[in-house]
Design a protein around this ligand. Structure first.
Ligand code: GZL
Length: 305
């Protein structure tokens, strides 16, 4: 382990290039691609960084191994987008013992906050609440059967969105027929929706998908079943990536809550401050917005991702 490269304990000698190990979840969705692009742009050589990138194929144990490898390489800082919330205490403790600061981006961890320097991300609970409120306002007063495509089990994005959404629809006439994970991917969103359609068919009035990509996969299953998405089955999702906003503007989706993936600039700013020994906040939240079909059609061409 370790081998050549910078001396252990954080980065090379005098050079002011900051070597950063970035442990990304994988490439499970359009959102993730936009997030990776934003991070690579911000952590560029031109901006004074030497970036070592790892995508863990949505496998938590592979992501932990990637962080451990960065520690052994003696990087100056580690940026982590944790696939799941739990299981991080040991390797974050190892990073702390090696004096390598860890900055979280996107999702969060359950480990105590003295094990990471800062976090930049989104308010997932609020995203869920915003989606749930729109559903409650538009469908909550008539008996409505809903199915849910959940994000990756154990991820803060899935857990917090579910919590926010469920609190917003409590007391309404929305009935959950079924709720399963589609792991934030199109393929699994399609497969799980096929199962829902086989089981419940035209009883389904509404789909809530924790991200656009699972909703886009479900679209294929709904069309293959001879149903019209956005009409026979209303669809509400979260992310607002280009393909999702296109479906929304075409009337195939009904509402999308944005989840801004452009976190690179803020993450790089935090890393520079931490490495320079300057103080930073424990958390930075990036603002989101939400779109209905009409709003999506208006902004589609100017969307940055
Ligand atoms: C949210 C992010 C989620 C997106 C999905 O910040 O963690 O993971 O909603 C992505 O598209 O896969």
């Amino acid at each position: 382990a370790g081998g050549g490269g910078a001396a252990a304990g954080g980065g090379g000698g005098g050079s002011d290039v900051i070597t950063v190990g970035f442990a990304q979840t994988g490439s499970e969705s359009g959102w993730r691609s936009a997030n990776t692009e934003s991070m690579k742009e911000a952590f560029s050589e031109a901006n004074g960084f030497n970036l070592i990138f790892n995508a863990a194929d949505n496998k938590p144990e592979a992501q932990i191994a990637a962080v451990r490898s960065f520690i052994n390489q003696g990087v100056d800082a580690i940026v982590l987008a944790p696939i799941v919330t739990d299981g991080w205490d040991d390797v974050l403790k190892e990073a702390k013992d090696a004096n390598i600061p860890v900055i979280l981006e996107d999702r969060t961890v359950s480990a105590s906050e003295d094990l990471y320097a800062s976090w930049v991300g989104l308010d997932f609970k609020k995203e869920g609440e915003t989606a749930g409120k729109w559903v409650a306002d538009n469908f909550g007063s008539t008996p409505t059967n809903m199915v849910v495509l959940e994000g990756t089990t154990g991820s803060s994005a899935a857990t917090d969105r579910a919590e926010g959404f469920n609190s917003a629809i409590s007391g309404t006439d929305i009935k959950v027929l079924d709720s399963q994970t589609g792991n934030f991917t199109r393929a699994e969103g399609k497969t799980v929706m096929e199962g829902f359609l086989q089981k419940y068919g035209s009883q389904i009035n509404l789909l809530f998908a924790h991200n656009d990509d699972m909703g886009l996969g479900a679209l294929e299953a709904i069309k293959a079943a001879g149903l019209t998405p956005g009409t026979d089955i209303k669809i509400v999702t979260i992310d607002a990536v280009k393909d999702g906003m296109t479906a929304l503007s075409k009337g195939e989706f009904n509402y999308i809550v944005e989840c801004n993936p452009l976190l690179g600039e803020k993450a790089a700013e935090i890393v520079k401050k931490v490495v320079a020994g300057e103080s930073v906040d424990k958390s930075y939240i990036v603002e989101d917005q939400a779109f209905d079909q009409e709003q999506a059609a208006k902004v589609l061409d100017s969307r940055p991702y």
